[in-house]
Design a protein around this ligand. Sequence first.
Ligand SMILES: [Zn+2]
Length: 212
Amino acid sequence: MFIESAPGGTVRSGSIEVICGSMFSGKTEELIRRLKRANYARQKVEIFKPTVDDRYDASKVVSHDENTIHSTPVSTPQDILPLANNIDVVGIDEAQFFDESLVDICNYLANKGMRVIVAGLDMDYLGKPFGPIPKLMATAESVTKVHAICVKCGNIANHSHRISVEDTLVVVGESQSYEPLCRSCFSELFPPLEVREGKSDKDKRELLRRPE
Ligand SMILES: [Zn+2]
């Protein structure tokens, strides 16, 4: 099995690839690997990320192991369009922080023949699908889900559990604020939904959030 599709023939065809998963799963490392590989082939590569992600360095895509590649911070997905002329490969990191217009922008770029590679969290800290990622997964040619390792039991982890006290959704993650948990360990902290007619357990979920 190929982890990514092989380049096509002589006719350039655009596409969307999504790399998603929890924190500490290696999403950005995988994005950087694909972009560097395209760079070696002398393809023109540009990387964008939302300005909200200001950790470490505003002008670089920086993964936690400090494997870096230069990027351009943008406020909205629309800002990518004038910057993506004559580009072969468009990389987008931390895509969960963009709004859903990112889906249309990625499709527009892919329809123009560009290879668009999007990396982002698939779920927020409550285990809910995050921002534009679910729709991008639906429209992408290729989806790669990467995983972390659960800090409690060592199984495959797909949740980013927040261990800091902030309660806004857009808290840019750093290692001291989150920990990767598997489904089983996460569900001990956030018991599974009670599927009961007419009752949402959203409020209950909020109340159950993390024992202090
Ligand atoms: Zn676990």
